[in-house]
Ligand binder design. Structure first.
Ligand code: ADP
Length: 470
């Protein structure tokens, strides 16, 4: 077994306990992660605070150079990252490679950004300039579906803007975060990036810690609300990327054969464990049967298995708790709808749920109204477009969504009526780093990516100078 270490104050150290890490494809532990305690967390916060002034003073160019060196070092360990990601998370190795490559690309992209002063007045009488300064210690708290990518979307902009970071992964996927710490240890100054692993017991101590200036959190809406409450006392900044119950809306002009594979992928990529996955599919009555049949056929053909096996398209569910939740949704599907494909856990070790297509299920069924976070796809008919849009918008969530149509202009007009942060037309999960991203309603607060995302890790300040007579 490889040895994993926390990165605290520049040193790779053991935890005060150990946390077994389970391979979801087998259900067996394959590694041990060091588990930190509250004293180690305090130590990391103190180290971060002493590292912050020098890192902030270093300037954009020198920080950029160090972050590019980190990207090179990650590249040199590319295969280690990808294999570890598949082992701890479950996703097929080609998708793990995509995540690792995307994470390195994100690091290079954000390392290349810089925020400049904004001159608001510059006359003989006055000069008013807005400038931005880093906030201090950023707590980067991540979930288990994209442990490396979601971490990098926080770490890279936070660091290049001059902040220091403590990364806290989900307890079931800590290893790629720890590997990032190991790779960063010889490159970044002590305390600039640190890693803390917990068993879901340190997150609230971290977010409430007086030494933390900003919380960048990705996870469930329920936990996001706790994070927001815990930051209230210090009036801390926070960016919350939370859950979603995104709809895929098929318009009556769509070509079913063309859109079915795209919608199937939108619903089952990463075994459906994506906040932005298509979680309920709305089809006009005239296309409903054909779409259900096409999705069921794709579900029947999909290769489900261990992510390390070549040819696997859909891996296991990441952890036992989520797996059991999905077994509940499968029971609900059998009870309230008509299962067209899948429907039962696979008869093998590990946490496997096959892609499951469910039709004739009511909107108030938990499979439709809640965020299932798995490859179980409810398909719902609609009679009028207004009715479909009203049903889609009836959710407290407002993260993403997709429109499928042969008429892109009509698609854009419909997309504007969906109450979500990002709505795609005839594509899904296109998230260029320069395009800001964030949830509406209870799917989040704040933006990630783009200049807006970078600005979230800074404080805007204004200097207002009178150049005239007093
Ligand atoms: P899930 O319910 O899918 O496990 P969570 O939103 O609870 O997702 O977890 C996302 C991240 O938030 C994980 O790193 C988890 O350890 C962390 N976390 C859990 N509880 C809290 C909390 N009260 N405060 C801060 N972070 C937390």
């Amino acid at each position: 077994m490889d040895e994993f270490r926390l990165l605290i104050d520049g040193a790779l150290v053991a935890g005060t306990a150990e946390l077994p890490v389970v391979n979801p494809a087998t259900g067996e532990a394959f590694a041990c992660a060091p588990r930190a305690d509250a004293a180690q967390l305090d130590q990391a916060v103190a180290a971060a605070q002493s590292a912050f002034p020098a890192w902030a003073a270093l300037g954009w160019d020198d920080r950029r150079e160090l972050l590019n060196a980190l990207a090179d070092a990650m590249d040199a360990r590319f295969q280690d990252f990808a294999r570890l990601l598949t082992l701890e998370q479950g996703k097929p190795l080609d998708q793990a490679c995509f995540e690792v490559g995307g994470s390195i690309a994100a690091l290079r992209y954000f390392a290349g950004l810089e925020l400049h002063d904004r001159v608001l007045r510059d006359t003989a009488e006055e000069r008013i300039v807005e400038f931005r300064t880093p906030l201090g210690l950023v707590a980067a708290i991540t979930p288990w579906n994209f442990p490396l990518m979601l971490l990098m979307l926080k770490v890279a902009p936070a660091l290049v803007a001059g902040n220091v970071v403590i990364a806290k992964p989900a307890p079931t996927t800590p290893l790629t975060t720890l590997l990032l710490g190991e790779v960063a240890a010889p490159i970044l100054p002590a305390g600039v990036l640190q890693t803390i692993v917990d068993a879901n017991d340190l997150g609230h101590l971290l977010t409430a810690h007086p030494g933390v200036a900003h919380v960048s959190f990705t996870g469930s809406t329920a936990t996001g609300k706790k994070v927001l409450a815990s930051t209230a006392d210090g009036l801390k900044r926070s960016t919350l990327e939370l859950g979603g119950n995104d709809a895929a809306l098929v318009l009556d002009d769509a070509d079913v054969d063309a859109v079915a594979p795209a919608i199937f992928r939108a619903a089952t990529l990463n075994a459906g464990q994506i906040c932005l996955a298509a979680k309920r599919i709305y089809a006009p009555a005239a296309l409903y049967d054909r779409l259900c049949d096409a999705l069921a056929k794709l579900a029947g053909e999909a290769v489900v298995g261990d992510g390390l096996e070549q040819g696997t398209q859909i891996g296991p569910i990441q952890n036992c708790l989520q797996f059991e939740k999905l077994l509940g949704y499968l029971a609900e599907a059998q009870k309230s709808g008509r299962v067209m494909a899948g429907g039962k856990r696979l008869d093998r070790d590990g946490f496997f749920v096959p892609p499951t297509v469910v039709r004739d299920i009511p909107d108030d069924s938990s499979l439709v109204s809640e965020e299932q976070f798995g490859p179980i796809i409810p398909v719902l008919p609609y009679d009028s477009l207004d009715d479909a849009i009203a049903r889609i918008n009836a959710s407290d969530y407002g993260l993403g969504g997709t429109i499928w149509t042969s008429d892109a202009a009509r698609g854009e007009a419909v997309a504007r009526r969906i109450e979500s942060g990002t709505i795609w037309v005839n594509r899904h999960l296109d998230l260029p780093f320069d395009v800001p991203f964030g949830g509406a309603k209870q799917s989040g607060i704040g933006r990630q990516q783009g200049i807006e995302g970078l600005e979230e890790f800074t404080q805007a300040r204004v200097v207002n100078v009178n150049l005239g007579v007093l």
